[in-house]
Design a binder for this molecule. Structure first.
Ligand code: NAP
Ligand code: GCO
Length: 276
């Protein structure tokens, strides 16, 4: 038999399990964050999440309880360094140090660039790029001390492509792809893997304006545009992201680092339907 460089029997499906791990998913009262946290919980992780106000945290806690998940919710603005330090300390007190961080919290402002104020641009970059830096910095010391860690940044198709009206968002998500690569570079030697998930167009409150039914009952033009540009011929749902999140949070991906996995129904690979 040819020399085996590793015993293939080492591989087993428990490598996809997260039992005994503590996961923090930011902005996870609903939407993509809620689905990702639910997936990590189903794989065995203990779940901590935050949102920007108590009302949303309470809403999230009920939603997790309805799924039979014992989540721990905290009020924290991810752009506020002191609030993030307190968040991470409270999680450590309640659950233990964070083993898995999902930087999910995010906002978008759809404004033509010439009408977008610098304050609007800064606010989007603050939440979508500065905050992942802040929260990652807060959890990395424990991961280094523990000798392992997983950071998953929720990037976007806009980490690769631009479009009208999303200058701040595309700049932030492009930067988040490079922050992902930088965390990989700086901490890989500590057995810390930092990867991104790049969702395509996903049906959540964030994209609801792009799917609004028109006054004449027709579908939003952007809705029709996206469906025509996506080989899967549909919008994604948060459920479509759950398997990739578990993979990137688990030991099954310990040699995957600095990558962005696009879960987009093929839209980034497709030039678009030819004119009929
Ligand atoms: P969403 O429905 O707007 O949810 C975003 C979450 O982040 C909300 O819970 C929101 O809380 C929270 N949040 C916003 N600012 C925060 C802050 N400063 N501190 C703490 N929490 C904050 O968005 P989504 O569609 O689920 O998207 C989640 C992530 O996926 C975002 O990073 C988004 O950019 C990214 N993404 C979305 C799509 C898509 O098509 N939906 C595609 C690619 C990437 P509040 O409700 O209290 O504001
Ligand atoms: C938009 C959408 C997109 C999606 C997502 C695509 O206005 O174009 O909100 O930005 O949210 O980021 O990957």
């Amino acid at each position: 038999m040819a020399e085996q460089y590793a015993d293939p029997n080492v591989f087993n499906m428990d490598m996809f399990r997260l039992d005994g791990k503590v996961a923090l998913v930011t902005g996870a009262s609903y939407g993509i964050g809620f689905a990702v946290a639910t997936a990590l919980s189903k794989a065995g992780a203990k779940i901590a999440f935050n949102d920007i106000n108590q009302e949303k945290v309470d809403m999230g806690m009920k939603a997790y309880a309805d799924e039979g998940i014992e989540a721990h919710g905290y009020v924290a603005d991810v752009t506020d360094e002191a609030a993030v330090a307190e968040l991470v300390a409270n999680i450590e007190r309640d659950l233990g140090g964070v083993d898995i961080l999902v930087n999910n919290a995010g906002i978008i402002k759809r404004i033509p660039m010439l009408e977008m104020s610098a304050a609007d641009f800064r606010q989007v970059v603050d939440v979508d790029l500065n905050a992942p830096f802040i929260v990652s910095k807060a959890v990395l010391p424990h991961m280094i001390e523990n000798g392992h860690g997983k950071i998953i940044n929720i990037c976007s198709m806009m980490s690769e492509l631009g479009r009208e009206t999303v200058a701040g968002y595309a700049a932030a998500k492009g930067g988040l792809k490079m922050l992902t690569r930088n965390i990989c570079s700086e901490f890989g030697e500590h057995n810390i893997q930092c990867n991104g998930i790049g969702p395509g167009y996903i049906a959540t409150p964030q994209t609801a304006p792009l799917r609004e039914i028109q006054p004449d009952g027709s579908r939003h033009p952007f809705d029709q545009f996206i469906v025509s540009k996506t080989p899967a011929a549909r919008w994604g749902t948060p459920v479509d992201l759950m398997g990739t999140a578990v993979f990137l949070a688990s030991d099954a991906s310990n040699f995957v680092n600095g990558q962005v996995v696009y879960v987009d129904g093929g839209i980034l690979a497709y030039i678009g339907k030819q004119p009929q």
